[in-house]
Write a protein that binds this ligand. Sequence first.
Ligand code: EPZ
Length: 431
Amino acid sequence: MDRIRIVGGRTLEGSIKISGAKNAALPLMIASLLTRETLTLENTPSVADVGMLLQILSHHGVDYSVDGRRPGDEPHAARTLHLAARRIVDITAPYDLVSKMRASFWVIAPLLARMGEARVSLPGGCAIGTRPVDLLLMALEKLGVSIEIEAGYVHAWAPKGLIGGEINFPKITVGGTHTAMMAASLARGHTLITNAAREPEVADVAACLVKMGAKIKGVGQATLEIEGVGALSGAHHTVLPDRIETGTYAMAVAMAGGDVLLERAQPGLLQSALDILSQAGAEISPTNEGIRVRRDGAGISAVDVTTAPFPGFPTDLQAQFMALMTKAKGRSRITETIFENRFMHVQELARLGARIKLDGDVALVDGVSELQGAPVMATDLRASVSLVIAALAARGESIVNRVYHLDRGFEHLEKKLGGCGAIIERIGGSN
Ligand code: EPZ
């Protein structure tokens, strides 16, 4: 298992190219199942989750090539993907695939739309909480789908095809909104979705569906109106920049100090996080090329944060922000409202010398003047990268174990940070 070695104390100077968003690329790839024609996706990130989803989609019958290469050449590399689901060969998404990546549960919508039936394994819990799928199933039921849970699988069928309906989400859900949009696009008649997720990745998927011929009104808004069509066509779409990667590197610069241009980053995708970073003492300036982040002499100020659905502060940046607050002047109160168990990084940050108290969904972080390097490990993607951020500002050497979590969602992390002067290297290993 690879590890990452970091020696803290260097400021970051230079530029980092922001990749395409993993959390848009995954549902966009799943949308390829909605059509017999080829969907071309540009700017997909070279991350392990993309590689894994390609394997899952090929199980259902999707033919794909990556930048013209054929399957098997380089499983994790992805830039331009060509995906074609001319014939769906399997309507079952088995446990061993769905349990590797929760988002693959979302294949249920296109399988139902194209085949009238799907059997998809329940994904189960994960490191950040129980993460149920009840609202996804509720949305499908509103579109005329019958559902039974059998031996850990959701068996869903719609013998008369999907029928438009009214879906009001009692809680904002990204996956629920993706599922509802994909199913409604091929349902007969009109669908009204209220309290939809407004995350930019949801809007990106909606924009791609529109290019494929879907009739969606209200893209990017909480109310979506969809008029179903008989079939969708292929399309050409460029994945939007990754706002979580952007925020992560912005926090790394705020933590280590320095001056870095985040190329291709779009400030509007993460304004709430950028505002919080400014309050914490970073200088943020949008430029024609992206976002410039600076922090020199000034210390880091403690700021309180509460996670919320877009346009609020994203849960996917909570761990990284907590890492920054470990060196702030004073106490910061961080409230996690989206996932109930998303504080797994707290114990590991403590290994680096952080002082954090947990009280239910609140973490109280008392800034310290110095962190010290240590061996650490984390249980999920964003928690792992929070340890990298802390290690950049810790005295001495840190080893971050279980790098496969990072590889799921960060493209060339050590090259990007190393290119800005961080002392960071990957150590290949078998332990
Ligand atoms: C997406 O997960 C992202 N994943 C997550 O990113 C992100 O943290 C999350 O949205 C919130 O922004 C991808 O896009 C692949 P939700 P998703 O449905 O869709 C509850 C990362 O690190 N809920 O918006 O699974 C749920 O438990 C990942 O990149 C139900 O109660 O999240 C949570 O409390 C991790 N019932 C809240 O809604 C349901 O049926 C929001 O979850 C569905 C969700």
